[in-house]
Design a protein around this ligand. Structure first.
Ligand code: BV8
Ligand code: ZN
Length: 276
């Protein structure tokens, strides 16, 4: 039946077949999502990370939420910063960083395009990293648009001990806007340098990603539910060009029938084995 023929086309846990393709590839792209940081203790969006206190994360990750209640959105991002800054890169981040070095020595290209904002790829040693949705350790001024790196935790005194997801908003005195993080240059309110739902991605970042997606000869798609656009289009676009795509996900079912390889399980185990 056509379904079975589809199934036979897709290779499940075919490490040998993948290695043959990997060794011949000269321009590799790894597209990562929250699942690659799960084993570092950072909750994914589809899992427990989908909620914080009584709020859905996706409802707080919007410009509207920030305009209506900047203090609450800053408490949410203070929590996310605290979790990310205390997390460590795991074996899958390290496997990507190590393989990038091997490619560098062999004159082959290896890039990471991540949806994650936790900064763990760079901390694992990856150099070619495109952060599609920004980063928790960056802020941008709502007035003069200055972008700053900021690893202070808490980022301001008013947010100290305010990120705890177990707390209930109602029991907490509202933080005054003037006590929220301010721009070093013009003293206006700063916001997390994060692409919120409904916001456009940085055109430069989109252009760089498109260039890689159109020229790579192998795409790894790791720990993503592939539901958020435009990132969700990238791996299918590679498959549509007839290039091999290898998915690493807990799910036994690939996100897309045209992905050639699928490695079900925790990427902390499957990815180091595949890139080994
Ligand atoms: C845009 C930063 C043009 C925030 C993020 C209505 C109005 C406005 C927009 C839209 C709309 N309807 C649709 C849209 C478009 C929207 C979108 O796609 N929405 C979805 C929900 C349908 N996209 C946008 O808004 C984008 N902008 O389109 O601009 C535009 C402009 C105006 C109007 C329309 C269009 C901007 C999207 C960026 C949003 N910001 N992050 C923050 O972090 O706080 S998205 C955020 O969610 C992440 O960055 C990531 O991209 C996404 C979560 O997905 P995943 O990373 O895949 O994580 P998830 O938890 O879902 O899945 C984890 C996976 O890992 C699972 O598959 C699991 O099985 C696996 N896994 C777990 N553990 C492991 C594992 N695998 C292996 N090993 C393990 N151990
Ligand atoms: Zn400013």
């Amino acid at each position: 039946s056509p379904i079975l023929s589809q199934m036979s086309k897709r290779k499940l846990s075919d490490y040998e077949g993948f290695r043959n393709v990997l060794n011949k590839s000269t321009n590799i792209v790894a597209l990562t999502g929250a699942g690659i940081s799960a084993e570092s203790g950072i909750p994914t969006f589809r899992g427990a990370g989908g909620f914080w206190r009584t709020h859905r994360s996706a409802d707080l990750a919007t410009l509207h939420a920030f305009q209506v209640n900047p203090a609450l959105v800053w408490e949410f991002y203070h929590y996310r910063r605290t979790v990310a800054f205390s997390a460590q890169p795991n074996d899958s981040h390290k496997a990507l960083a190590a393989y990038e070095q091997i490619c560098k020595e062999q004159g082959r290209k290896f890039s990471v395009i991540t949806q994650n904002v936790d900064g763990l790829h760079r901390r694992a040693g990856s150099e070619n990293v495109i952060e599609l949705h920004g980063a928790l350790h960056k802020v941008i001024c709502t007035k003069c648009r200055t972008i700053d790196e900021n690893f202070d935790n808490p980022i301001c005194e008013a947010l100290r001990d305010r990120g705890d997801p177990a707390l209930q908003d109602i029991n907490l005195p509202t933080i005054d806007k003037k006590d929220l993080p301010r721009c070093k240059k013009c003293k206006a309110l700063v916001r997390p340098y994060i692409v919120w739902f409904g916001e456009n991605l940085d055109p430069k970042v989109l252009e760089q990603s498109r260039e890689l997606i159109e020229t790579c000869d192998l795409c790894l798609v790791i720990g993503t539910s592939s539901v958020v656009y435009p990132a969700a289009m990238f791996a299918p676009l590679v498959a549509d060009r007839g290039q091999p795509v290898a998915e690493f996900n807990l799910n036994s079912e690939p996100a897309n029938d045209s992905f050639e390889f699928h490695f079900p399980g925790k990427c902390g185990s499957t990815l180091p084995k595949a890139l080994g």
